[in-house]
Design a protein around this ligand. Sequence first.
Ligand SMILES: [Zn+2]
Length: 340
Amino acid sequence: MNRLSLRFVLFVLIISGVNSQADLSLTLTEAGLFSPVMDEPHHSPVRDHVASLLWALDEVSRLCRQLDEKLTSIDYNECIAADLQPSGAYSILHRSIAYKDVQPHNGKATGRVLLIGGIHGDEYSSVTIVFRWLRELEAQHGGEFLWRVVPTLNPDGLLMPPKKSQRMNANGVDLNRNFPTPNWEEEAMDYWVNRTRKSKRRYPGTAPLSEPESRWLAEQIDEFKPDAVISVHAPHGIVDFDGPLVPPDNLGPLELRLLGTYPGSMGRYIGVYKGIPLLTVELESALRTPDQEDTARIWRDTITWLEDRVIVTDEPSRAEQAREDGSTAPDTDTQESINN
Ligand SMILES: [Zn+2]
């Protein structure tokens, strides 16, 4: 099958709503492209090969289609316009862990920021708002920073079951308890058994980084080397912070409240162990995305905090620049201690 035919088949798949590998085989058969041997349905190497080719050909558009179907707040075209790139890493159910890098506006980053939505699959608003902010970022060409944006780190938790999403990934692991914090082996299981009473929603997994989603994120910490990480959750309606910098007092309507960390949590791993500032944005509702005004306020305050605290080169922050220019930048106490 040549590339044009592949594209045609892909088009047919998209408009006919292929949602699973079983659907895919069925659609290919209906299209007359394959004649499955009925008594040996699992032994057709050609079909399997083409199916896997098609599967990989446009995994991001498949993800976008599923997001569109799942969330009324995410439109297929908006998702496609976000131009996410496949990372080459996959969830347990072989969904792409897609991301987008946004370059700084003048080509020289004053810091690197990793922005993550949807680590918990049932926190819909955390996915939608990251798409909204990604659009904002593109419009501003990244501002001062180089961004790596991951709108849905746990696609299976969000999309796997036909109706109900779940906090955990497809293996039933809470990814936010699966990071390799010191003494994970002793502490994570003990915490789960004795403190959470084996809550299914807090299961840390059989070993640190046992899951492909957390493994990929840990790789990003080592390879992308962010100067700050922002992880979006819901529904506590607060800002939490772990790591070495002074946290913001609030982001829009969300006030600072330090919740502490847990064995295997991103806060303990990234903020405490790796020493990278981790801002945890807890939206007020898991189902309802903040309105336009609050979405913009939270974003604006996040950017202000980053510009004041996470500038890692000698270049002056926008706030410092404004002071040097003699303009009337708002004088907040955060401007006094730029982190270098
Ligand atoms: Zn969460």
